[in-house]
Write a protein that binds this ligand. Sequence first.
Ligand SMILES: N[C@@H](CCC(=O)N[C@@H](CS)C(=O)NCC(=O)O)C(=O)O
Length: 386
Amino acid sequence: MLSAPEDLFHPAPSALDPDAWSLLGADCSYYTAKISAFLRYKRIPHQSILATREIFAEHILPRVGWPVIPVLLGPNHTTLQDTSDMVDALELAYPQVPTLPADAAGRFLVYLMELLFDEWVKVPALHYRWNHDNDFAISEFGRNNDPTLPLERQLAIGAKIATRFRGWLGALGVNELAAPAIETEYHLLLAGLEAHFTQHDFLLGSTPSLADCALYGPFHAHLFRDPNSGALMKSLAPQVEAWVCRMGAVPAVGEQPTRTQIPDTLRPVLRQLCRDYVPVLLAQTAALRAWLASHTEAEVPRELGRHTVTFGRGTAHEVGTERAIFSYDHWMLQRALAVYAAADPHEREAITMLAADIGATNLLALPSTPLVVRHGFKLTPAQEAD
Ligand SMILES: N[C@@H](CCC(=O)N[C@@H](CS)C(=O)NCC(=O)O)C(=O)O
């Protein structure tokens, strides 16, 4: 019997415990769901604190400097922002329950999946939220901001906050022209994952990895939990729904692979995502290198102009539209490229074959030294922070 994951984020009971991990976030937040699944799978004790306006004012803004969730506060005044930084810090501090395969090819693959699910599945996740579940999202944003206010006030504030988030659709290339292709692609993705989860419990087989946590972000917080997209998932992909419930119930700890193989049923899913996203990554990296060559600013902007993106490349539903060039994606891609750069010749061969198998070969020709680093919760040119 499936049971839907329960909501975990509630207002702070009193002052936050400075010696414990506190995850400041919300159940409807994409990246909160990702890192919450990760913390729970790794059995890291923590409190899940709803990021109300008080939490933003007292903790997030003073420590991070800009409004974002999730934020992880920990012992010794630790503040972690960005789920990938949290993952890196927690994998080091809590190695007992690993979420990464032991082999280089497996780690490359998992970091690449983390990037695909964090940054590319964002397109359907934000499309469905704001174009199919707008009213629900507004009520969630209002309640999270201050659950003690009367409903009318919550909805008015929720609508105001939502304007900022809905405003990202244009930058992501989500518009009327592209919406049909985005929905067709999402249906294909659901069908691919349905076939996979009919055969396997998790993405790489019998043990969850960081990739499952990353997919849980959009698939639980938006595409399962928002009512209209949730109904769509339940009707089209009951095995995907079952996987969401498995992840929400905190899976048993398992052995990570030592020689990772891409399950046959996962290959078409990754090929589909790489088919459209790899060209975007290549163009974004080229734009980032051009920007770095001609600027001396300490902070790299989140957006570096606009380019044309193709959804459904080579299919009957292919459509081209304008989208922002993001700098952040390359920072995440560097995690996978660093594994490739550090690999021995035998491991490099395994990564080369794996990348070829899913249509990601061109990524391996990108610079292996980091172009950007995160410093003060922002992206900066790599040499600036060294
Ligand atoms: N890449 C970041 C993204 C965090 C993020 O985008 N959080 C959303 C809510 S799910 C947010 O608060 N965004 C505010 C902003 O980006 O300005 C992560 O992994 O933590």
